[in-house]
Design a protein around this ligand. Structure first.
Ligand code: ATP
Length: 571
């Protein structure tokens, strides 16, 4: 399978980047690659895997597992792999030999083969996810146990030993009360697989040798369950190559392990840091904002010594005028892809965006979260309806339009209905185009069961996309506007409380106790800012809603950082 021409081409394309070359040609068994946004982490990962194939480093009975925490990062890996493949050389092997998915997707595929060994009596995709905190399906003692266990995963405060001990009881509760009711919470997907691997050494051994390498993207977002899964699937010889950036860690509330990269380095991982910024290669202002934010996050004391970076702002007296200005901006760039990002779906967000939407009929509203009740219901109903139509035959391009039209009549109205239908439409089109008839049903049913339609957001052909900052992770647009840049919106009420005392000018004052909260806010700002390829700007107004009252507001405390200026002066 050796393909010297492909190997030479890969090296030639990156020859001016010493660090990317080191990553692609590395021979380490355990490696962390760290770099800021846009330095080519995903790009290097794909080149590295291609290079492995070109130089015969993967045996033909083995596979490479590419993992990430979020669905959007997994999807980005998949698309990058698909786009980088050339049918005329051995890179075509990639599609068959690389399994790119998120942690939950991997567990679904393992449980689809071995689920019966841990208590699943029907196919894994037939079970529905559930938020246990919203139901009384568990008796009080079991409910407390499960909540406590979930909280420890969220806080990343459970030891390896505690985890494996707790899993036994956690799974037995699921088997007694949830599985018989066709319910399977997301954490149980992973805990059942961990139990399966512990109790069936042969299966564990198979996976450990099947995956000769595990590459992890967005490694900083990994939680304790994900890390335990990686450890269960690997041996000393398995190559583990993790790509990440501490500064883009924004999933604390789902258990991202604090300072994970540093912790793994202490365990003996090798380390390469990428040094060239490709996203902002021709944009000095953006590069300065990037380096300033990183220097500040590293050491708050540096704040006053950093060069000043300018950020454009839209500042109006109320949200309706702010919306008018946003529309003027959007209309000025008809050929660019633009994202409006917000930190939360608050009343202010809704008022602002409704006003923007009135003038932008083709806007895509991607503000929903995967755990919204309506979003879960939409996925479940789509799966049921799909199975009534296509259990006996395969879906083809000409079926998609009528499927969407008929399904649309079945599902009740909601602010996200049209966005979800658009996502379903582009997802079905993409799947029919990319997958052979015999694989389509599995791809479609797995995506619907894992509430993952959002992964197709990049395929939506909309001029403007609205998303939360969390939903924007790993994506790129030409222009990004961080809207609702007011105190109590960004940061929100809880963020403001966590950061603690502010003086009358809202100045950020790190005091040791609030350092982590400040870092969380700066990380969110960094993620929003670094999604922009050409320009990043913020917008805010002098009023916002607190509950149902319209109150005066101030600009976000981020604006008090001495190395950033926010100016509403336009040429
Ligand atoms: N050596 C290179 N030559 C040309 N273009 C590159 C190179 N490395 C990266 N790029 C381009 O730079 C952009 C950013 O790369 P990539 O998405 O891999 O960065 P990243 O570090 O993963 O970013 P993020 O942290 O935001 O996910 C992409 O459009 C990619 O194609």
């Amino acid at each position: 399978m050796k393909d010297q021409k492909l190997a030479a081409n890969i090296l030639n394309n990156i020859k001016s980047d010493k660090e990317q070359t080191l990553v692609v040609t590395n021979q380490f068994s355990k490696l962390i690659v760290e770099a800021p946004a846009g330095f080519g982490k995903t790009y290097s990962m794909i080149n590295m895997i291609k290079y492995w194939f070109a130089t015969d480093q993967i045996k033909n009975y083995q596979r490479v597992l590419c993992l990430s925490f979020s669905v959007s990062a997994a999807n980005r890996m998949k698309e990058s792999i698909e786009n980088s493949v050339n049918n005329s050389d051995s890179s075509a092997m990639l599609i068959h030999y690389v399994h790119a998915t998120n942690f939950h997707g991997l567990c679904r595929s393992i449980l689809s083969k071995y689920g019966s060994l841990v208590g699943l009596n029907v196919p894994v995709n037939d079970y529905k996810n559930i938020d246990l905190s919203k139901t009384d399906i568990l008796p009080p003692i079991e409910k407390d146990f499960v909540k406590n266990f979930d909280d420890k995963i969220k806080d990343a405060t459970i030891s390896d030993e505690g985890l494996m001990k707790g899993i036994e009881k956690y799974n037995s509760i699921a088997r007694k009360y949830l599985l018989p009711n066709m319910l399977l919470p997301f954490n149980n997907l992973i805990t059942l697989v961990l139990e399966l691997l512990e109790d069936h050494p042969q299966i564990k051994k198979f996976y450990k040798y099947y995956y000769s390498a595990i590459c992890i993207d967005e490694f900083q977002d990994t939680n304790i369950l994900g890390l335990s899964l990686i450890n269960h699937l690997s041996t000393d010889k398995t190559r583990i190559i993790a790509f990440g950036d501490n500064m883009q860690q924004i999933y604390h509330f789902l258990g991202a392990i604090p300072s994970l990269i540093d912790k793994e380095l202490e365990l003996g991982f090798e380390y390469i840091r990428l040094k060239t910024n490709y996203r902002f290669s021709n944009n000095l202002d953006m590069r300065t904002i990037d380096t300033n934010l990183r220097s500040y996050e590293e050491d708050f004391e540096k704040a006053n010594r950093l060069p000043i970076a300018h950020i454009k702002a839209i500042h109006e007296s109320n949200v309706f005028k702010e919306a008018t200005r946003l529309n003027e901006y959007i209309n000025r760039y008809p050929d660019d892809k633009i994202a409006i990002l917000v930190s939360q779906n608050s009343r202010t967000t809704r008022e602002l965006l409704n006003s923007v939407k009135n003038n932008q009929p083709k806007i895509f509203n991607g503000l929903f979260k995967e755990d919204d009740d309506y979003v879960i219901l939409f996925h479940n109903r789509a799966s049921e309806f799909y199975q009534t139509r296509f259990s006996e035959r395969t879906i083809h391009t000409q079926d998609i339009r009528s499927f969407i039209t008929d399904f649309s009549k079945l599902i009740r109205k909601n602010e996200y209905k049209s966005s979800l239908l658009k996502l379903l439409y582009v997802f079905l089109q993409k799947t029919v185009k990319n997958f052979s008839p015999e694989n389509r049903n599995e791809v479609i049913l797995t995506t619907l069961a894992s509430i993952s339609l959002k992964q197709s957001i990049n395929n939506i052909d909309s001029h403007v996309v609205i998303s939360t900052i969390h939903g924007s992770k790993g994506l790129e647009w030409d222009r990004v506007i961080l809207a609702n840049f007011e105190q109590n919106e960004f940061p929100n009420y809880y963020g403001v409380k966590g950061i603690g005392n502010f003086d009358s000018s809202n100045k950020l004052q790190p005091n040791g106790v609030n350092d982590d909260e400040i870092r969380k806010l700066v990380n969110q700002f960094y993620v929003a800012f670094s999604r922009a390829k050409k320009e990043f700007l913020i917008s805010y107004s002098d009023q916002h809603w607190e509950l149902s009252s319209l109150v005066n507001s101030q600009i976000s405390c981020i604006a008090t950082l001495p190395f950033l200026t926010f100016q509403d002066k336009w040429s």
